[in-house]
Design a protein around this ligand. Structure first.
Ligand SMILES: [Zn+2]
Length: 464
């Protein structure tokens, strides 16, 4: 078993001290080239400082960075220590503050050559008034993972300022944690409403798939004083960053519900149902995929559609989301230049950067609009008997049998569900060519009884 000991080196400098002990010796060590939930290449090595190998007698062994992800020790070692800069306050980073330690092990905990499949025990050494939260249960100050793959998909938060509400769906326990509300309290009314909403969208997702892939689930929301909106999916947990506190507690509760529903849907769609090219995760290099329109696009579609289906969103709320996405699409010159599938490949090349927003399609926005088009096409051609849910259930079934999906496997399920559509052609047109989808989206909405009216460039959608 590999032991990882994490403690606070300096709150002022935002430095963690990390010590890793191995049951074997090696001289090569690695840090991931990307992280779960953000499908692009990233550099984490610059956050590592004072790297030191330790030999059997406690002597120091020099370690050298030999590539963007690899260090080599001058001789084989079984222990190393370093400091890590926890200074990134977002859904995928790590952060150290006076009253909080937030860690994404994927950007901080180094793995040894040939140690990937070792069991890993993490000791989180924090002040005694800190409570520890993670998708896996802590035993005292320790939490164990079956291997690095599991460790890297389990962010953890320890803080003296955590509060939670909880609920159960069909025997599965759900916890919704909040850090950063400080002295601001939630009202009894807020608590009742939010518990009810979380129960409703969780239940609708359970009903869609028929079962839940994990034993329990934790929504962990960090609430900064400033405006921020970010969510990252993980195994049995999700990290949300949503601020300021007023947005969560008063002004825009729908932002919290929207991001929470989206991230929960990822438990199935990416954490379980996964492209073959991402199965298993290989953190040593980017794992390019052209199928981001499924793992983020379908998820974005369902995140909101589930809220509509479960009565959390009104039709007006839902149409507001659709029209915002459609207007974003129409303002993007890149839709005429880059296909959605190529845009998915490009996410791996810095594609999340806002500067590229208009240059290409988005696996989120255009992925969502295209999911709507497929959902309606299936309903239209089968008198409402079949819809996108049926494809998702089939993909979930495949995933449970250990199979990753490909464009071909999706097409073959679609032909099976609705032989009357030329799906190959549909995919070539909508996913593998640059295209404006406005007409197809409006036509799909029409089938659902939604009318539209243009007021200049403003789009008004309304239910008949
Ligand atoms: Zn997502």
């Amino acid at each position: 078993m590999i032991h990882v000991h994490l403690s606070i080196a300096s709150v002022e400098k935002k430095r963690l001290r990390i010590s890793i002990s191995l049951p074997f010796q090696t001289n090569e060590f690695f840090i991931p080239a990307w992280r779960p939930g953000r499908y692009m290449a990233q550099w984490f090595a610059p956050l590592v400082k004072n790297m030191q190998g330790v030999d059997r007698c406690g002597g120091q062994v020099k370690m050298r960075l030999v590539s963007d992800t690899c260090w080599k020790a001058d001789q084989p070692i079984d222990r190393m220590t370093y400091e890590f800069e926890a200074k990134t306050f977002d859904g995928g980073g790590s952060w150290l503050g006076d009253d909080v330690l937030y860690l994404n092990p994927v950007n901080a905990v180094i793995y040894p050559k040939d140690g990937w499949q070792q069991e890993v025990e993490v000791t989180l050494d924090v002040p005694t008034d800190f409570q520890r939260v993670c998708g896996k249960p802590f035993q005292g100050d320790k939490v164990s993972f079956q291997d690095y793959d599991e460790l890297y998909d389990h962010p953890m938060v320890a803080s003296s300022d955590l509060r939670k509400f909880e609920y159960s769906i069909e025997g599965t326990r759900f916890y919704s944690w909040f850090y950063g509300l400080k002295e601001k309290t939630w009202s009894a009314e807020w608590l009742a409403k939010n518990t009810e909403v979380f129960e409703k969208f969780s239940l609708a997702q359970f009903e869609l798939f028929g079962s839940f892939p994990f034993e329990e689930f934790h929504f962990i929301t960090l609430v900064p004083e400033y405006s921020y909106y970010h969510g990252v999916e993980h195994l049995s947990s999700t990290m949300l960053v949503l601020g300021p506190p007023e947005r969560v507690l008063m002004d825009r509760p729908k932002d919290l519900w929207g991001v929470a529903s989206h991230e929960l849907f990822h438990c199935w769609n990416i954490k379980t149902i996964r492209p073959a090219s991402l199965l298993p995760y290989d953190f040593s290099k980017p794992q390019f995929s052209s199928l981001g329109y499924v793992y983020e696009g379908f998820t974005t579609y369902y995140g909101d559609e589930i809220l509509l289906r479960s009565g959390v969103f009104s039709m007006e709320d839902w149409l507001e989301e659709i029209s915002a996405r459609l207007l974003e699409h129409r303002n993007k010159p890149g839709r005429w230049e880059v296909s959605l599938a190529d845009s998915s490949m490009l996410t791996w090349m810095g594609g999340y950067d806002a500067k590229y927003k208009d240059e290409r399609q988005s696996i989120y926005t255009e992925g969502m609009l295209n999911a709507l088009i497929i959902d309606v096409l299936l309903q239209k051609n089968t008198d409402g008997k079949i819809r996108l849910d049926d494809l998702m259930r089939r993909m979930y079934q495949d995933a449970q049998e250990g199979k990753g999906y490909t464009r071909q496997s999706i097409l073959s399920h679609l032909y099976d569900l609705d032989p009357s559509t030329h799906w190959q052609q549909h995919f070539e047109k909508f996913y593998y060519s640059p295209i404006d989808v406005t007409a197809a989206v409006l036509e799909s909405l029409q089938f659902l009884g939604i009318g539209h009216e243009w007021k200049g460039e403003e789009l008004v959608l309304f239910a008949h």
